[in-house]
Design a protein around this ligand. Structure first.
Ligand code: CA
Ligand code: CA
Length: 484
C-alpha cells in the first residue's frame, strides 16, 4: 500500500499484510507512508520484504501503531519491521519477533522521533534491534516494554524489562506464553492516552478481567504462572564463620527450580548453588551483592526484583586481643592467630580491626606497602590504643619471643613498611617518582602515647612540600622535606 498527501490522514484497522515485497530505493514492503499521517490499529504484518522498512516505511508527520504485530519481516538495508523518517511515531502495545535488517532489525530511524510504550521485542537482532542514524537527532524512548537481553538503541524512559527467553508462545506467534513477563505489567494509563481500542489483536477484551493491561498486541486470557525469587532475609555474615542462606522461588510452571547468578561481586569464598543456596565461609570483610534468577522445567525465568546485599564483618574482638599479620597471609586470613593471619595487603584492615582498648597488631617479617596500586597519597594510619609490633618470625606466642630488635643496625628481622610502590628504587634513591608521599601519615587523628609503632624498618617515602609548622598560636611557613 502506498499513501501520500500533505495534511492527509490514513487509518488501517483489522488488516493482515502478508508476503508483500517493495523493491527500490525507498520502501515499505507492506505499507509506504510518503507524507501525511497514518494510524495502524489491530493489524498483523508477516513476512513482508523491502529495501527500507520490511513491513512499513514512514515518511511524514505523525504516525501511530497500536495493538499490531510484526513477525518475520525483512529489510535488505534499514528497518526489518519499520523504517521511520517521520516527525513522530507512537508505538503502543505492539509486538515484534524475528524481523531482520542489516541496520535495525525491528526499527530504524533516520531522523524520526519514536516513542514506544507497552510493547514487546524478541529475536530482532539483539544489539541491532534499534538503529538510530547519526547526525539527524533521531530519538527512540521506551517505557513499559520488554526487550531481549542485549537490545540497544533505545533510551530507557522507565519500567522496561529484559528477557533472556522468549516472551511469546512460539517463533511465529506474538501471543504471550503463560509465564511471560509481559503479562499484567503494562501501563493502563499509557494505553488510554493513546486512545487504544477496547479489544486486542485477537478480538479479546484488552484488559482481562478488568486488570492491568499486558505488554504487546495480545492480552493473555487467564491467570499467568509468573516465577518470582525472594532474597534471603539475613543480610550479614562474619569472617571465618560458615554462612548458608536460601533464595526462595515461587510460581512458574512445573518441574524443578534451577537457580543461577545474573550478576555478582561475591568473593570466591561464597557461591550460589543451582538449588538456590548462598553458602561458604567468607574470608574477608566487605559489602557484596548478587542478583539471582530462577528457571523451571518449562524454560520460564524469573529474576529477583532487586540484588541481594550481604555485609561481611569481622567478629568484634575483646579488649587486648592480638591481631596477626604476615606478608602472604594464612588460613582464613582473619588475624585470629599466625595460622589465620591477615595478608600484608590487609595490614591497614588489621589495624582498623584492632579494638582501641589495648589491642596489639603483630606483624611478621616481610614487605608491606600502603597500597597495591599506584596512589602515592595512600599511607598507613595508626590508631590510639593500638600498638603495632614488627619483627616477628611468625611463630611467637609472646611479645618477648621476638628476635632482638637493634634499630641502630637497621636490622630487626625486618618487617619493612615501604613507599616504593613499584618496587623499582635503585642506588641513590633512583626511581622515587612513584613512591608514596608518606609511608605513615597521622594527620590530626587523635593519637596519644598508647599508639605505638615498634620494630619496623620504614623506607622509601618521597615528599617535598610546603607545610605549616604549628608554633604556639603563630604558624610559620617553611619549606621542609617531610619525613616518612
Ligand atoms: Ca492483563
Ligand atoms: Ca620507586
Amino acid at each position: 500500500m502506498y499513501f501520500t498527501g500533505q495534511n492527509q490522514a490514513l487509518k488501517l484497522t483489522n488488516c493482515v499484510f502478508e508476503n508483500n515485497r517493495g523493491e527500490g530505493g525507498d520502501g515499505g514492503g507492506a505499507v509506504f507512508v510518503n507524507g501525511g499521517s497514518a494510524t495502524i490499529i489491530n493489524s498483523h504484518f508477516v513476512s513482508n520484504t523491502a529495501t527500507n522498512g520490511g513491513a512499513v516505511c514512514f515518511n511524514g508527520t505523525n504516525q501511530q501503531v497500536t495493538n499490531s504485530s510484526f513477525v518475520g519481516n525483512v529489510a535488505t538495508e534499514h528497518g526489518g519491521a519499520i523504517s521511520n523518517g517521520s516527525a513522530t511515531l507512537q508505538l503502543t502495545n505492539s509486538s515484534f519477533q524475528g524481523n531482520q535488517a542489516p541496520q535495525g532489525g525491528a526499527v530504524y530511524s533516520d531522523y524520526g522521533r519514536s516513542q514506544l510504550v507497552n510493547s514487546v521485542f524478541f529475536n530482532n537482532g539483539g544489539a541491532n534491534t534499534f538503529v538510530l542514524e547519526d547526525g539527524f537527532s533521531p530519538s527512540l524512548a521506551a517505557s513499559f516494554s520488554v526487550f531481549e537481553s542485549g537490545a540497544t538503541g533505545y533510551s530507557d524512559a522507565g519500567n522496561n524489562l529484559l528477557s533472556t527467553v522468549s516472551p511469546f508462545v512460539s517463533a511465529t506467534s506474538t501471543q504471550l506464553r503463560d509465564c511471560s513477563p509481559a503479562i499484567n505489567t503494562g501501563s493502563n494509563q499509557a494505553y488510554s492516552t493513546a486512545n487504544g481500542p477496547a479489544t486486542d489483536l485477537a478480538g479479546n477484551a484488552r484488559q482481562y478481567n478488568g486488570g492491568v493491561i499486558d505488554r504487546g498486541a495480545y492480552e493473555y486470557q487467564g491467570n499467568p504462572t509468573l516465577l518470582t525469587v525472594s532474597n534471603p532475609a539475613i543480610s550479614t555474615a562474619t569472617v571465618g564463620q560458615v554462612f548458608s542462606q536460601p533464595f526462595t522461588a515461587s510460581g512458574g510452571g512445573s518441574g524443578q527450580y534451577s537457580y543461577s547468578v545474573v550478576s555478582s561481586n561475591l568473593p570466591t569464598s561464597l557461591s550460589v548453588s543451582s538449588a538456590g543456596v548462598l553458602s561458604g565461609t567468607p574470608t574477608q570483610t566487605g559489602s557484596y551483592s548478587v542478583l539471582v534468577q530462577v528457571s523451571d522445567a518449562n524454560g520460564c525465568v524469573g529474576v529477583a526484583s532487586a540484588a541481594y546485599s550481604l555485609t561481611v564483618s569481622n567478629v568484634a574482638l575483646p579488649c587486648g586481643t592480638v591481631v596477626f599479620v604476615t606478608q602472604n597471609g594464612a588460613g582464613l586470613q582473619n588475624g585470629s592467630n599466625w595460622a589465620n593471619a591477615f595478608a600484608g595487603t590487609a595490614l591497614q584492615t588489621a589495624i582498623n580491626t584492632a579494638t582501641t582498648c589495648g589491642a596489639q597488631v603483630w606483624v611478621a617479617q616481610g614487605l608491606y606497602k600502603p597500597t597495591t596500586g599506584t596512589n602515592r597519597s595512600i599511607s598507613f594510619v595508626m590508631k590510639p590504643g593500638v600498638a603495632i609490633y614488627g619483627g616477628f618470625r611468625g611463630t611467637e606466642g609472646q611479645l618477648g619471643d621476638r628476635p632482638t630488635i637493634i634499630p641502630i643496625a637497621d636490622q630487626p628481622s625486618s618487617s619493612t613498611l615501604s613507599g616504593d610502590l613499584s618496587g623499582d628504587d635503585g642506588p641513590d634513591f633512583a626511581n622515587n617518582a612513584d613512591n608514596s608521599y608518606h609511608v605513615i601519615k597521622n594527620d590530626n587523628n587523635g593519637l596519644d602515647n598508647t599508639a605505638v609503632l615498634d620494630g619496623f624498618v620504614i623506607s622509601g617515602a618521597m615528599q617535598m612540600e610546603t607545610i605549616q609548622l604549628m608554633s604556639g598560636a603563630e604558624p610559620s611557613t617553611v619549606l621542609a622535606v617531610v619525613p616518612a
